[in-house]
Ligand binder design. Structure first.
Ligand SMILES: Nc1ncnc2c1ncn2[C@@H]1O[C@H](COP(=O)(O)OP(=O)(O)OP(=O)(O)O)[C@@H](O)[C@H]1O
Length: 263
């Protein structure tokens, strides 16, 4: 489904600021895989998501989605394959537009211009049904401006929007990190539901090791642009945070992300 083969990315090569973010990284994900990604500060986690989404073009290596080489395809051209939710609740939605307008835009994304649905009664009823699933009461606020929603509500909406077009791959970049624990838990539950119901192939970066163990069917740990540890479904079933801390301790020079203990 997704194949990342020997991908490298260096920022400011040949200068004093040179940063090797990805170092010949390879990762294969099967249809329906849900991989959680943890790692030290600057390990290359966001860069991995950026090369998969097309926001960044790798220096070397290739990326295939459904057997198609998308390595050189820029992000707007990959939008129909990729859904993404960022850490910042403000990033995924347009605050001055209403909830229903944001959802309409999400439906349009990845489609050819002019082929999108208009905001008719039937479409509104569909939106209300989908929003009801979030159990946040947003189905009664279709015409409310998104800027009025809380961070957690906006993240839930971003998730719904990202899942709307049935992306081939869903990228979640610490999308619960900016929320208070209660809202983070709620958004985590909604994430599980949207991923499960949509059967979405998902790559999720998190600093929360407990969450990384609990969610998904595979876990990878990154350090200095490489995957340094991997747990499959079976291994993950008995994995503990203590085990992961031990793995980190074994990596020379690795310091855990400052946020790792914030929960
Ligand atoms: N746009 C950029 N320009 C220059 N350097 C960058 C850029 N993006 C990332 N880097 C560098 O590449 C390396 C990997 O960064 P990346 O953001 O992918 O790490 P990360 O694992 O997501 O880190 P964190 O957990 O701290 O967010 C770091 O050294 C970072 O400073």
């Amino acid at each position: 489904m997704l194949t990342v083969t020997d991908v490298s990315k260096t920022f400011f090569p040949g200068t004093v600021n040179e940063r090797r973010a990805l170092h010949g990284l390879s990762l294969t994900m099967a249809e329906g895989d849900f991989v959680t990604v943890i790692g030290s500060n600057g390990a290359g986690k966001s860069t991995l998501l950026n090369v998969v989404s097309g926001r960044l073009i790798p220096d070397a290596g290739r990326i295939d989605i459904d057997g198609r080489n998308v390595s050189r395809l820029r992000d707007h051209k990959r939008a129909k394959y990729v859904g993404r939710v960022f850490q910042d609740p403000l990033a995924g939605t347009a605050p001055t537009l209403t909830i229903e307008e944001n959802l309409s835009l999400a439906v349009l994304r990845g489609r050819r211009r002019g082929l999108g649905p208009s905001l008719n009664k039937k479409r509104r009823a569909q939106f209300a049904d989908q929003l009801a699933m979030l159990e946040l009461g947003l189905e009664d606020r279709l015409t409310a401006k998104v800027g009025l929603l809380s961070g957690g509500q906006r993240q839930a909406l971003s998730l719904l929007m990202a899942g709307f077009t049935q992306p081939r791959i869903m990228l979640l970049d610490e999308h619960t990190a900016a929320l208070d624990p209660q809202r983070a838990e709620l958004v985590t539950t909604i994430t599980e539901r949207i991923v499960r119901e949509g059967g979405l192939t998902t790559l999720m970066v998190t600093h929360n090791m407990e969450q990384a163990i609990r969610l998904g069917n595979r876990l990878i740990m990154m350090h200095e642009g490489r995957i340094v540890y991997e747990a499959d479904d079976q291994k993950k079933a008995s994995l503990t945070v203590q085990d992961l801390l031990k793995e980190f301790a074994n990596i020379k020079g690795a310091t855990l992300s400052d946020k790792a203990f914030l929960g």
